[in-house]
Design a protein around this ligand. Structure first.
Ligand SMILES: [Zn+2]
Length: 98
């Protein structure tokens, strides 16, 4: 797994730089070019969010206590959010969602 790079100057983004996106794009800190998330990687990060929902659904079946469910939910959320930046790919133009 590797972090995405700038489509223009090949700058490799740091994990912390990929947690927040403003208006669906990110600016490269090196060359300043706008980075748009590709449709393909949008789908991949969507899949991770879906996996998170599935985990929550499975937890519901086990009838755990509220505290345990909250802990598992929090941990799954941390795992999913920390994995998503690795799945991102950038392009120079805004791509359609589908
Ligand atoms: Zn760049």
């Amino acid at each position: 797994m590797s972090l995405p790079e700038c489509w223009s100057c090949k700058y490799i983004f740091k994990w912390g730089e990929l947690l927040f996106f403003i208006d669906g794009h990110k600016k490269c800190p090196k060359c300043g070019e706008k980075q748009y998330i590709t449709t393909h990687s949008h789908w991949k990060s969507g899949f991770y969010s879906l996996a998170l929902l599935l985990i929550l659904f499975i937890l519901n079946i086990f009838d755990l206590t509220v505290t345990l469910t909250a802990i598992f939910t929090f941990l799954s959320l941390v795992v999913v959010l920390s994995l998503i930046p690795f799945k991102l790919e950038f392009t120079n133009d805004r791509e359609p969602f589908f």
